[in-house]
Design a binder for this molecule. Sequence first.
Ligand code: NAD
Ligand code: IPM
Ligand code: MN
Length: 356
Amino acid sequence: MKKYTISVIGGDGIGPEVIAEGVKILKEVAVLDGGMRFEFKDYPWGCEYYLKEGRMMPEDGLRRLRDSDAIFLGAVGYPGVPDHISLWGLLLAIRKEFDQYVNLRPVKLLKGAPCPLVGVDRADIDMTFVRENSEGEYAGSGSWLFKGKPHETVIQNGVFSRHGTERIIRYAYELARKEGKTLTSVSKGNALNYSMVFWDQIFQEVGKDYPDVKTSSCLVDAASMFMVKDPKRFQVVVTSNLFGDILTDLGAAIAGGMGLAAGANLNPEREYPSMFEPIHGSAPDIAGTGKANPLATVWSVSQLLDFLGYQDWGAKLLTVIEDLLVERAVLTPDLGGKATTSQVGDEVVKKLKELK
Ligand code: NAD
Ligand code: IPM
Ligand code: MN
């Protein structure tokens, strides 16, 4: 029997609501599989914790997560705590300290998922975003000078190291090669005359090792336009931290909505635990109402199972999500249904049992 320790951080708003469904489903997978067991370690960290303790997680928080096989996270951030405090104190701290430099975000239109684009077939939206997740525009480097004075000045640096840029681009080339897909680099060398010129250069350099991978480069403004007008141009996409953040919300919008968008924060070398989460936030507007769609979280559970080596279970979960979307009987309001978060979770469990 394989045993896995999963650190669970529900976080804020709808985070704990959707994570509860993910945990329910992981438990069911373990029962049905018979060969694996999960031990869940719950950490009540987030904005409420901050209001009591003055920090988003305890001082030794990262040490406590360190030995887990994976981290399963809901969402972080809530009105009452400034976002840059909450996010830098928890989510970004984990991504950085555990060197989860790959943010892998599928933008795939599943069977039955709604798509607002006209004249686009389901097969046209099938991308994998490889977002740099450790530096770039999110490096946290800068200064705030002359605070409160008339000549107050802020500087936010984009930090692109050769090490950081090469490894993310190489990861994307490897993925494209493995999957027989094209690779598009999204950058902005025309305006960002240091960081993105460097990025484009590294994309060329690393590409010499992958003559078999068909590539293209696209400026980020044009990429946003093409994602809407001609999404089939994109298969594997590699891009910087901020561009990847923005483009994957756009990706969510064309592939079923925020309630269906998942992401994995990977430390590919497995030196540190990787983290799995829906890409949406804490949705304060619907928190506590039972309206949150847990399917993005279910997809991130699928990514988690893939990462642990259970690709068969990962694939089964995607099949179950598609069954729910096609049947339309048990869906949350964002997808036009009337079901609650936990009813959708229960339905996933029921369908998993039937599949078995
Ligand atoms: P959001 O993703 O929380 O919400 C945007 C819109 O999408 C809202 O209308 C919301 O109701 C809807 N939505 C999101 N997830 C949904 C789901 N599962 N089911 C149904 N509808 C869903 O983005 P926001 O409002 O910009 O941010 C709210 C807070 O979350 C902020 O504090 C922000 O910093 C934080 N945030 C955290 C993460 C994260 O932890 N990964 C990601 C994004 C935003
Ligand atoms: C995401 C989120 C985070 C990001 C925020 C909350 C810091 O938007 O995971 O997409 O920008 O990476
Ligand atoms: Mn985002």
